[in-house]
Design a protein around this ligand. Sequence first.
Ligand code: NAD
Ligand code: UDX
Length: 485
Amino acid sequence: MVKICCIGAGYVGGPTMAMIAYKCPDIQVVVVDISVPRINAWNSDRLPIFEPGLDEVVKSCRNTNLFFSSDVESHIADSDIIFVSVNTPTKTRGLGAGKAADLTYWESAARMIADVAKSDKIVVEKSTVPVKTAEAIEKILNHSSRDGVNFQILSNPEFLAEGTAIDDLTNPDRVLIGGRQTPEGQKAVAALKGVYAKWVPEDRIITTNLWSAELSKLAANAILAQRISSINAMSALCEATGANVSEVAYAVGKDTRIGPKFLNASVGFGGSCFQKDILNLVYICECNGLTEVANYWRQVVQINDYQKLRFVNRVVSSMFNTVSGKKILVLGFAFKKDTGDTRETPAIDICLGLLGDKAKLSIYDPQVSEDQIRRDLTTSKFDWDHPQHLVPSSPTAKSKEMVTVTWDAYEAAKGAHGICIMTEWDEFKFLDYQRIYDGMEKPAFVFDGRNVVNPDELRKIGFIVYSIGKPLDAWMKDLPAAPLT
Ligand code: NAD
Ligand code: UDX
């Protein structure tokens, strides 16, 4: 029986390995992690991540051919194929701080593999890594392992998106496998291809050299994010001119060369990947002396930051230039719907911006816990992407006073001056906005960062409504759209 071990039981390691176990009953899959609470959660009835359809897949093969364990060393030693799916955060200090990928966790996983491996292994990069990482990993493995043990490194980046991970894994657009162009390298590629071929049509399994596979992952995320920044840049121009960004996106996306996906204007993209991977790409370009290319991609992140700043500015300027002491209901905190993940969610920057102007926030998200929200509002930039037990806890006093977290949107709306919609949860479309309006201070504002509500219907109720990229309410037509600096 082929034995697979995956180091890192996170948003990628957990679902991808569960899918391999589900589709390949003849393969034993063990997912290991240094975080004992995370492993315990994977073994419990309440999985550590919320992902539609994940529970069913895990429960159908857990303890049959899918196992979760914190005994990292013994399972590595025992496996033929080792996936590495650990965090690759943005560096916070030292060379490349604020841009480069921090490979500390990757390196420690590689050293662990070298230490305990007594037989040949295929080591698969599942984490998103800078191009050429495989070369560094090869050096670690080959210089610190036992004599006679051979390693083949493959790059097999993951393209799943959160909230749709199970569909994406079941029916991927493509699976990408990069390997060395040697007979041994190609044998390893064929072995991994054989795993995916159990359920993925062969013409969707692409094989390339190692560097193409590594770079394709960064390129895909950069280009997806670039589309969002492009439409978000247009949204600002729509507001200035009276064009409607949804109509523009529809018309533009009808061009089959462009296509309709990833053209939804929003308060900004979030999530653990886009910003991190683009900054990483920027750093790699700089290291290769490609200043113009680096500047081009950096702009995608800068427009995203501008979009968030612009939103905060809309809120504050609409509400008589101050939100000090005013209660604002924040609907949604996750970085997108159908996930409880808050990593780099735009809601953090919006909440911090409003708190900076001394607003009182009442936050509601159907999947995010109060602990998580408080932690997010006090964690330093980039610190979130480390194994949770290693992130220093910060004082929460400020957020305790100014922030309440609620499980009832109607209760939370009572006495509020404004509502900010931060996540496109379906339920926000169907709230009883008349009931909400009746309990709010007047004038009552809605700032829709996801274009989920119908602005005309809300205006009929009496709300003053701001929807990203849509024709402006008369109330805010002459107010400044963004700070000059
Ligand atoms: P995550 O933080 O959810 O999971 C990583 C896990 O690795 C953590 O549980 C951590 O405790 C564990 N870990 C760290 N060092 C370890 C070690 N030495 N030994 C054992 N366990 C260790 O992260 P994630 O979202 O699953 O992302 C993992 C990688 O996949 C990143 O490189 C990310 O960029 C990439 N990726 C993420 C997504 C996504 O949607 N989240 C999609 C594609 C690719
Ligand atoms: C992304 C990539 O899509 C996926 O292929 C990769 O493996 C990991 O990174 P993810 O971050 O999970 O996936 O979600 P995604 O659907 O890409 O959304 C990212 C952010 O962009 C979210 O905040 C989302 O709300 C935002 N978004 C997305 C928009 O603002 N507009 C859009 O049109 C699409």
